[in-house]
Design a protein around this ligand. Structure first.
Ligand SMILES: CC(C)(COP(=O)(O)OP(=O)(O)OC[C@H]1O[C@@H](n2cnc3c(N)ncnc32)[C@H](O)[C@@H]1OP(=O)(O)O)[C@@H](O)C(=O)NCCC(=O)NCCS
Length: 411
């Protein structure tokens, strides 16, 4: 039986789809306990629905067998502009219904829906790296987990001291304060954290007994950064000879906030190791230290999988290096409106009718969009084809950024 793809407009159905996601993910804890009305955004969950089947629901009624959800959001692009963005999540198909093309139909319908909504890009976090490339998604930012050995992590005497942080974990307004601070995030790769995201984090913390600490930095009375941290192994904390603290949310909207928060974390008594769960690959931390080897990258993983929904406004929104324009022919097998040739320069992006310097499919374009992958590497991989001498290098002069993109938000 072929399932119908449609919006799940009743909380009962979207709740069913959320539980399918939990089941499909196998090892994710707590999904079944979530209240759909608290964590989902109405009208955005697409479902594959079989009518009149028993399935996992009631005989004779519609049964959801798969789903693909998203949140209304923004994505910050190089230069700090924000574009309308869909944060795609809760993609899952019942194990009894896999490999029948259900997710292909769901994701295709979702891309068309996002285009109709005027959203310019979509991003997601991928459970497996082999699923989403076929739908035009590519890795646009990566994240490093960085470990600092506190005892060896003295700061260089040249590192400025912007002043103290404020301890806000007991502040009744700390939730509002962190949301307010995060609303200023404009680094390339940052995304909006909608209410459902914050609610989910609150619910997860309410359930755990591990103490969590929150510090904020303010400039002229305005919060510009915060860090949230907790012990990695509280059960053995007292006797441990390697006390680890995990910083699971680190938000710095200015260099001052970054330095003040780092100073605070490095000054914590008792702590042997500080683990930053997710930082950009080019985080300056080692450069600040007298002993740069006190900072070690524990792991690197792909972070933002990005899909360009509307190429022209996406390209027009970001900033480019001061270099000569390049013409790029883009092909998109799923969203026909994206096919075309675009002249991209620091002052202007426009559709043109001329022969391109480079050809790429929409997946390759997604990889370079935030500056996380070079055109020269795409050309090396055969993902982009340069038609004129040095075109990939010239495109890198435009698309290259001084800081690598990073999101820092898991969803
Ligand atoms: C991943 C998942 C959603 C795929 O659903 P599905 O309905 O079986 O997928 P489809 O039958 O529509 O397959 C579409 C294409 O993706 C491929 N594909 C599907 N799942 C894949 C996987 N896990 N790894 C690699 N390729 C996969 C199929 O081979 C097919 O390829 P083709 O159309 O190019 O020939 C489903 O297996 C699932 O629920 N997995 C567990 C939950 C999960 O990982 N969700 C993603 C969260 S980010």
């Amino acid at each position: 039986m072929s399932a119908e793809i449609r919006v799940l407009d009743h909380p009962h159905e979207s709740g069913q789809a959320l539980r399918i996601f939990g089941r499909a993910m196998v090892g994710l804890a707590g999904i079944n306990q979530l209240d759909p009305e608290r964590v989902l955004e109405p009208g955005r969950f697409l479902g594959a629905v079989e009518s009149g089947t028993a399935g996992s629901g009631t005989a004779g009624s519609d049964t959801v067998v798969g789903g693909a959800d998203s949140y209304t959001s923004w994505l910050a692009v190089p230069g700090g502009n924000r574009v309308p963005h869909a944060a795609v999540t809760h993609v899952g198909v019942l194990p009894t219904h896999r490999r029948r093309g259900i997710v292909r139909r769901l994701i295709t319908a979702q891309l068309e829906d996002l285009a109709r909504r005027g959203e310019v890009v979509a991003t997601l976090r991928a459970s497996e790296a082999t699923i989403y490339g076929r739908f035009g998604y590519a890795v646009a930012s990566s994240a490093a987990s960085i470990e600092i050995l506190s005892a060896r992590a003295g700061l260089l005497p040249t590192v400025p001291d912007p002043g103290p942080v404020r301890l806000i974990d007991d502040d009744p307004d700390s939730g509002a304060l962190t949301r307010e601070i995060y609303s200023g995030a404009r680094w390339a790769g940052a995304i909006d954290r909608p209410d459902g995201w914050w609610n989910l984090r609150d619910l997860q913390r309410e359930k755990q007994s591990t103490p969590t600490y929150l510090v904020a930095f303010e400039e002229d009375g305005v919060g510009t950064g915060y860090a949230r941290y907790q012990p990695a192994d509280p059960a053995h904390w007292f006797t441990s000879d390697r006390r680890e603290v995990v910083v699971d949310d680190f938000v710095a909207n200015s260099d001052k906030a970054y330095l003040a928060l780092i100073r605070h974390l490095l000054s914590l008594d008792l702590v042997d190791v500080i683990i930053f769960a997710s930082r950009p690959l080019d985080d300056p931390l080692p450069i600040l230290l007298k002993d740069p080897r006190a900072a070690r990258v524990r792991s690197v993983s792909d972070e933002t999988w990005l899909r360009i929904i509307d190429v022209e406004p996406a390209l027009a929104a970001r900033r480019y290096g001061a270099a000569a324009p390049v013409t790029i022919a883009v092909s998109d097998p799923l969203l026909a409106g994206n096919n075309g040739t675009f002249e991209v320069g620091p002052d202007n992006v426009r559709r043109v009718d001329t022969a391109p310097d480079i050809s790429v499919d929409v997946t390759g374009l997604a990889a370079t969009y935030l500056g996380g992958t070079t055109w020269q590497h795409l050309a090396l991989a055969g993902v982009a084809t340069a038609h004129t001498d040095g075109a990939a290098g010239r495109a890198d002069n435009l698309f290259g950024t001084t800081r690598l993109p990073h999101s820092g938000t898991i969803f």
